[in-house]
Design a binder for this molecule. Structure first.
Ligand code: FAM
Length: 496
């Protein structure tokens, strides 16, 4: 019999501190266990009943063009509709904002945002967790948050010039030393039990991301902030994942757990934590075909463990047409501001002359063969609702962001003028802003000005969807992916 440790259960059985209500509700793994039989049966029935039915006829254009529109992947938790954007188990972003639990400490704050932990629970189980369930889950991941010393040493040995995304993928790859799945596989565990190990690994990985991300930030931008290289932040076991991520970056006024390198007051700190919550909950999942999600799923289909699978996904996210777009947008906005000398919010509001010069600027970018970063999407054909939700974060804060921050104003302004320019340009199938348009400037607003780093936070959040799917891949026993490839001659032969 194998003796692989099962960290999640061990921690879940612990007595939590007294201010988390003792409850008889199921924990995340038990909740997942309760939904598996029905879903597995549905899956097997669909495969048996419809296995030979054609699902779609593909075209040469699709095969030669990034498999656009080819329904080749199975994904449990989210769908992207060209017009409505993403829905999670059928619920829109607005609905998720209404029903998914927030931090128990923010119950009375109208500007608080729901937790990425709530989103992960929902993605994985299709069920809305109770407040107590989410509190307990936050506690569990906080307890698993300490990063092994060898990972910190690896990170400390990397040059500060290495792109933070490369650092992140190295750390996640090396964390597979923790993989219960890899160890269980080596010992010869039944395939019906794979998912439990994948589950434990996924939770372990998500739990460790705040400290890993914090260490990369420190090593890249604040090396030697103290002579002993003390971390920028530590984990508060009472608090949620995003709170601890903000602390790990040093962006938290809670000086017992964070260096508060931005000198935030309580309100600013609270707002930043809520930005992290909103950003991470919304960026977690966007169906299966995007590069980071598909890559994680593909690598996982070879039964690579969740750490190896997700580190591969992270490397896809580091591409400029995918996650790196967030850094490109902020650089673009800063260049636009400087080139057009737009340093004052009042100069931007209702100023047709400024609109005209922005339009000219956009045309000069397009004519030089470059893209407008933050615009366009492979699937969406309307403005991205995630863009709207992030924009709302700034609009809800008129005194600090909306009426004060030129960068944010420019993002808002661009969303009004750029679609018309892109329509006239006539190439882009979707001339509207995508999620990357609004997220980076909000981080920038709070002092996270290192644009290279934005994609690392994206990667922290993107762990939620692909890892949730990877657990389902093991639950449903999905096989290794092996689509057919064709050379040009074979394509011609098939269609002529
Ligand atoms: N500015 C200028 N041209 C654009 C454009 C943009 N924002 N978006 C698309 N196009 C062009 C594109 O380059 C292509 O031109 P060619 O025919 O000359 O090759 C043409 O329009 C058709 O492209 P499409 O079918 O509309 O888009 P794709 O599905 O090929 O690509 C994106 C989708 C997102 C890669 C593309 O719109 C783009 O490059 N956008 C800018 C970068 C960006 O914002 N990426 C972030 C995407 C985000 F959702 C994410 O993954 N994080």
């Amino acid at each position: 019999m194998h003796t692989i440790k099962r960290p999640f259960h061990r921690l879940a059985e612990r007595q939590f501190s007294t201010n988390i209500a003792a409850h008889a509700e199921l924990d995340l793994k038990q909740t997942l266990q309760s939904v598996i039989p029905k879903r597995r049966e549905q899956f097997l029935n669909v495969r048996k009943q419809y296995g030979n039915k054609p699902l779609a006829q593909t075209t040469v254009a699709s095969t030669l063009g990034g498999m656009r529109g080819s329904p080749a992947l199975y994904w449990e938790s989210s769908k992207v509709d060209p017009d409505k954007g993403v829905t999670f188990h059928g619920r829109t972003i607005e609905e998720c904002q209404q029903v998914l639990p927030h931090s128990r400490f923010d119950a009375n704050d109208p500007n608080s945002e729901f937790l990425p932990e709530s989103m992960f629970w929902f993605l994985l189980t299709g069920q809305i967790p109770s407040q107590a369930q989410v509190d307990s889950f936050s506690r569990t991941i906080a307890e698993q948050g300490e990063t092994p010393e060898y990972i910190l040493k690896i990170l400390d040995s990397l040059p500060a010039t290495l792109h933070p995304m490369s650092q992140l993928s190295i750390a996640i790859t090396a964390l597979n030393n923790n993989s219960g799945f890899a160890k269980a596989y080596e010992k010869g565990v039944s395939k019906y039990d794979f998912w439990e190990y994948a589950f434990d690994d996924a939770i372990d990985l998500i739990a460790k991301l705040p400290q890993i991300i914090g260490r990369i930030y420190q090593n890249t931008y604040h090396r030697g902030i103290s002579s002993s290289n003390e971390p920028l932040g530590t984990i508060d076991l009472e608090k949620d994942w995003s709170y601890n991520l903000a602390s790990a970056l040093g962006f938290n006024s809670d000086t017992a757990h964070s260096r508060n390198i931005q000198n935030f007051n309580g309100q600013e700190s609270n707002d930043f934590v809520n930005l992290v919550r909103l950003y991470c909950a919304l960026h977690g999942d966007h169906e299966g075909g995007n590069v980071s999600s598909h890559t994680t799923h593909l690598v996982g289909s070879a039964l690579s463990d969740p750490y190896l699978s997700y580190s591969a996904g992270v490397q896809g996210l580091a591409g400029p047409l995918h996650g790196l777009a967030a850094q490109e947008v902020v650089r673009f906005i800063l260049a636009l501001k400087e080139d057009l000398k737009l340093n004052d919010v009042s100069a931007l509001l209702n100023n047709k002359e400024v609109d005209g010069s922005i339009v000219e600027y956009l045309w000069s970018i397009l004519k030089s063969g470059r893209v407008i970063p933050g615009y366009g999407h492979a699937v969406l054909r309307k403005p991205d609702p995630r863009f709207d939700a992030m924009l709302q974060f700034g609009l809800k804060r008129p005194d600090t962001i909306m009426n004060k921050d030129v960068n944010f104003q420019l993002v808002h302004k661009l969303s009004q003028v750029a679609p018309e320019v892109l329509k006239q340009h006539g190439k882009t199938k979707n001339p509207f802003p995508n999620v990357d348009s609004s997220s980076g400037v909000l981080f920038y607003h709070y002092g996270l000005t290192q644009t290279l780093f934005f994609t690392v936070i994206f990667a922290g959040s993107r762990a939620l969807g692909p890892l949730s799917q990877l657990i389902w891949d093991r639950i449903l026993g999905l096989p290794i992916e092996r689509p057919k490839s064709l050379d040009l001659e074979s394509i011609i032969k098939r269609v002529e």
